[in-house]
Ligand binder design. Structure first.
Ligand code: IMP
Length: 428
């Protein structure tokens, strides 16, 4: 299927839809002359609350911060300023990849991205339990950003590459003072919060990647003008969007197409917006989940789908596919197509007992369309026509109800385990 212009890949549920696999797949696409279809892969929101898994050539990679195009050496991978960066995690991911023989000199990082600081992690650990955050300091980091007391990479390293130790130390002391004053931390009891140690540690971390730091907004603007193609990689999903999600059980950034402009500094003309939809629904943390199956069906999905958080290891709540969410995602993001993931997980569910939520009633209860299940293992299926009839009907029903085509259907974690369709089929 020929896609034109820049492409966005966004999650249509509560995250964990399998966006990393789709981004890795698209980033590997080639033009007929052998050149890359995409030149840049850009993360624009969230931080290491995300967990993107890529399985390729028998190896599994779990990225929390690095863009999922990083395994393609000829693509520039960008952490734009909408991303909040825990530098220790970033250095760890870079080191791990290097140790596994992969290069990361295809990475660039925004000079104005905010850094997640130790006191923010402590605060998140204390307060985040109410909504079940990942505890990585994400919320407090964005809160400090909007409270105008955040610390950005350029507070540690100047545009000429000079380390700004005094400036940085002054800011750290000031913010720790503010945290103490407001009772968010108790500096005397919190041995890990010695400002001088934080300063030394963070200068060391940033030293590892300071050559990658630049004005990514300008760079992307110029790339766009030169007609380079950009793939934007959303983290989390629409239902965790601060505004459009299930507030207040949301994250602190915008995993929607709207987040791209805010998080990158350019307003790209998107040719394609791919909504990634898992064949069923999952959620980690607290908050509403109308189609949740807190029973043996949910347990089946969790066990078969390995539904445990990539970041925290927490068991995910599981339930039926909810097209009400997809409808919101379509409207808010201007989706042009769906990529469906984990269809294989539904194999073996009791026949005649599958459901798709088509909409909610006036009390917000799901209205289900019953669907036939299928028994066959589909993890080796390469063509749509090889799928069991019920699986084809499942896909066809979703296409009919959403009025969106599903050109990519993932049937397993491996980078080759997907059906890529050309739309020359008929439903049965
Ligand atoms: P935070 O992003 O750590 O502040 O967590 C806020 C909510 O978003 C919690 O319910 C988390 O479980 C959820 N969340 C954050 N990132 C992800 C993700 O990448 N996948 C799924 N849930 C996430």
């Amino acid at each position: 299927m020929e896609r034109k212009g820049h492409t966005a890949v966004v999650g249509c549920q509560w995250g964990d839809e399998g966006k990393g696999k789709i981004v890795h797949l698209l980033a590997g696409e080639r033009n007929t002359d052998g050149t890359n279809k995409y030149n840049y892969v850009v993360r624009f929101n969230g931080g290491n609350n995300a967990g993107h898994t890529v399985v390729t050539e028998g190896e599994t990679y779990k990225f929390h911060l690095l863009p999922s195009g990083v395994l393609h050496p000829d693509i520039v991978n960008v952490l734009a300023h909408g991303v909040v960066i825990d530098p220790e995690v970033l250095v760890g991911e870079i080191k791990e990849l290097n140790e596994r023989g992969k290069f990361t000199d295809n990475l660039i990082i925004s000079n104005i991205a905010h850094l997640i600081m130790p006191y923010q992690k402590i605060r998140d650990g204390r307060e985040g339990g109410k909504i079940g955050t990942t505890g990585r300091g994400i919320g407090p980091c964005y809160e400090d950003k909007y409270g105008r007391r955040g610390i950005r990479i350029e507070d540690i390293v100047s545009s000429s590459g000079k380390i700004r130790k005094d400036h940085f130390a002054g800011k750290v002391r000031e913010v720790i003072g503010w945290y103490e004053e407001h009772g968010f931390i108790d500096a005397k009891g919190e041995a890990s919060l010695k400002a001088d140690e934080i300063v030394e540690q963070y200068i060391d971390f940033v030293g590892h990647f300071k050559d990658c730091v630049t004005d990514t907004g300008r760079l992307l603007y110029e790339a766009d003008k030169r007609r380079k193609r950009i793939l934007f990689e959303g983290a989390q999903g629409i239902m965790l969007d601060t505004d459009k999600g299930t507030y207040p059980h949301v994250t602190s950034s915008h995993p929607t197409v709207g987040g791209i402009g805010i998080g990158t500094g350019i307003v790209p003309e998107l040719g394609t917006v791919i909504g990634v939809v898992k064949a069923y629904t999952t959620r980690v943390g607290e908050g509403p989940f109308p189609t949740e199956q807190d029973n043996e069906i949910g347990n089946y999905m969790r066990d078969k789908g390995g539904e445990y958080g990539t970041t925290t290891g927490r068991p995910r709540r599981c339930g039926w596919l909810d097209l009400e969410l997809v409808e919101i995602a379509k409207r808010v993001n201007g989706l042009t197509e769906i990529a469906m993931t984990k269809l294989d997980v539904l194999s073996g569910l009791p026949e005649r007992e599958m459901n798709i939520c088509v909409r909610y009633d006036s009390d917000e209860n799901p209205i289900y369309l019953p669907m036939d299940g299928w028994r066959e293992d589909i993890t080796e299926v390469e063509h749509f026509t090889q799928l069991p009839n019920s699986a084809r009907r499942y896909i066809g029903t979703i296409e009919g109800l959403t009025q969106l085509q599903i050109p990519i259907i993932s049937v397993g974690p491996g980078s080759k385990q997907q059906i890529v369709r050309e739309f020359d089929y008929e439903y049965e």
